[in-house]
Design a protein around this ligand. Structure first.
Ligand code: SAM
Length: 350
C-alpha cells in the first residue's frame, strides 16, 4: 500500500475568479461551468421515492446489464484462455477512457473529415469507414462531455451534494479514478482532507495526476459563506494506491463516496460493496453513491463506446435500484435523485 501526498507548490494559473461566477465556457477538452447549481438543465430530480420499505425487487425488476464487450478484452481472453482479471480490466479501462478526456474532439473530428474526403476520392473504403466511425465517436463525445458536460456534471453533482452537515470533512473516495467528485465536495465543504483510493497507479499519475490544474470548482468561502472558486492545488488531497478491500482505516471519515463503483459488483457481491461504504464512516457520517442510469442515451453510449468502456461487469440502474441496494444493506436514504448520467444517493447508517 503506497500513500502519496499531493504537492501544494504548483504555480499553475488560476484563470477564473469570483467575478466569473454565473458563467460557462467551452474549452478544447471540457466545459468550465460556474453557473449556479439550481439552473434549469441540471436534471436533478430529487427524492421520487417516499417510502423505501414499500419497494421490492419483484416490483422494480433488476438492473440492466451491459454485455457488449470491448474488442481488447475479448482479444486478451482468447489469447490467455481465461477471463480478464478485474484489476487488469480496470487498467485497460482507465487508459482507454482517459484518452477520451485528453482528446480535442473538434480537432480530431476535423482530421477525420479530411481523411474521409481523401479516402473517398481514392476509393479506400476501409479507411473511409474508419474515418466515419471516428467522426461519429468524436461528435458524440463532444456532445456528451463538452456540450452537455454529463460526466463531470458539476451542477448536478453540487445539487446532489448540497446540505450536508459537515465542517472541514475527512473524505474517503473509493475507486477514485480522476478524483473529480472529491474535489467538488472539498470546494463545497472547504478546509478538510481527502484520501483518494484506487488500485490502478495510472489514476494517481495520470487520471488524477494530470487533471487540469486550471479547472475551476464552484464552492464556498468558509470565512464569509459566499460563493468561491477553488482549484485542486488549494485542496489537501492524498492518493492511496490500494485495493479498497485492503484498507486499514478506522471509523474516521465524515464522507465515504464512490462514483460508478456499485454497478460493477454482481448481486452476490453487493453487500460487500455496500459494506466498503460503511466500514470507515464516523457515527452519523454520510455515504454518497452514484451509478449510471438505465436511460436510452446511456445504453446507446455504452454500445457505441463498447471498445473504450466495456472491460468489466456493469449494470445500468434506476435510482430505485441504487436506493434499494443501499436500503436493504442497512442504510437510511437521506436524499436521492437523478442527475444527468447518474443516479445518486446520500445515505447514513440506520
Ligand atoms: C468505474 S471507475 C469509476 C468511474 C470514474 N468516475 C471514472 O471517471 O472512470 C472505477 C475505478 O475504481 C477502481 N477500482 C475498481 N475496483 C477497485 C478495488 N477493488 N480497489 C481499488 N480501486 C478499484 C478502478 O481502477 C477505477 O479507476
Amino acid at each position: 500500500m503506497d500513500v502519496y501526498q499531493h504537492s501544494h507548490t504548483s504555480q499553475a494559473a488560476h484563470p477564473y475568479t469570483e467575478q466569473d461566477i454565473g458563467t460557462t465556457e467551452l474549452l478544447p477538452t471540457y466545459r468550465m461551468d460556474l453557473r449556479p447549481t439550481h439552473t434549469k438543465d441540471v436534471f436533478y430530480d430529487a427524492n421520487p421515492i417516499s417510502d423505501w420499505s414499500e419497494l421490492s425487487w419483484e416490483k422494480i425488476g433488476r438492473p440492466y446489464r451491459v454485455e457488449r464487450w470491448s474488442k481488447e478484452k475479448l482479444r486478451w481472453e482468447k489469447e490467455h484462455d481465461q477471463q480478464l482479471p478485474p484489476k487488469t480490466s480496470w487498467e485497460m479501462f482507465n487508459r482507454s477512457f482517459q484518452q477520451l478526456f485528453d482528446e480535442d474532439a473538434l480537432a480530431t473530428r476535423k482530421e477525420a473529415l479530411g481523411t474521409l474526403g481523401k479516402s473517398l476520392t481514392t476509393l479506400q473504403l476501409h479507411e473511409a469507414f474508419e474515418a466515419v466511425e471516428d467522426i461519429i465517436h468524436t461528435s458524440v463525445w463532444n456532445k456528451i462531455h463538452r456540450i452537455e458536460d454529463a460526466i463531470w456534471d458539476p451542477r448536478g453533482k453540487r445539487a446532489l451534494f448540497e446540505g450536508l452537515d459537515v465542517e472541514k470533512p475527512e473524505i474517503l473516495f473509493l475507486g477514485a479514478a480522476d478524483g473529480y467528485e472529491a474535489m467538488q465536495l472539498m470546494a463545497m465543504y472547504p478546509g478538510g482532507h481527502t484520501v483518494l483510493v484506487d488500485y490502478d497507479d495510472y489514476c494517481r499519475t495520470h487520471r488524477f495526476g494530470e487533471f487540469p490544474e486550471s479547472y475551476p470548482f464552484l464552492g464556498e468561502n468558509p470565512a464569509t459563506g459566499a460563493p468561491k472558486v477553488w482549484y485542486r492545488d488549494e485542496m489537501n488531497i492524498d492518493f492511496e494506491v490500494c485495493d479498497i478491500r485492503d484498507l486499514k482505516y478506522g471509523k474516521e471519515f465524515d464522507i465515504v463516496v464512490s462514483i460508478g463503483l456499485i454497478e460493477h459488483f454482481p448481486d452476490e457481491y453487493k453487500p460487500l460493496a455496500l459494506d466498503m461504504h460503511r466500514r470507515f464512516l464516523k457515527p452519523g457520517g454520510y455515504a454518497i453513491m452514484t451509478t449510471p442510469r438505465a436511460q436510452l442515451q446511456s445504453k446507446i453510449f455504452y454500445t457505441l463506446f463498447a471498445d473504450t468502456m466495456n472491460f468489466a461487469y456493469r449494470e445500468l440502474m434506476d435510482v430505485k435500484h441504487l436506493g434499494l441496494y443501499a436500503y436493504e444493506n442497512g442504510f437510511e436514504i437521506l436524499r436521492h435523485g437523478r442527475i444527468k448520467a447518474h443516479n445518486g444517493v446520500i445515505a447514513r447508517l440506520r
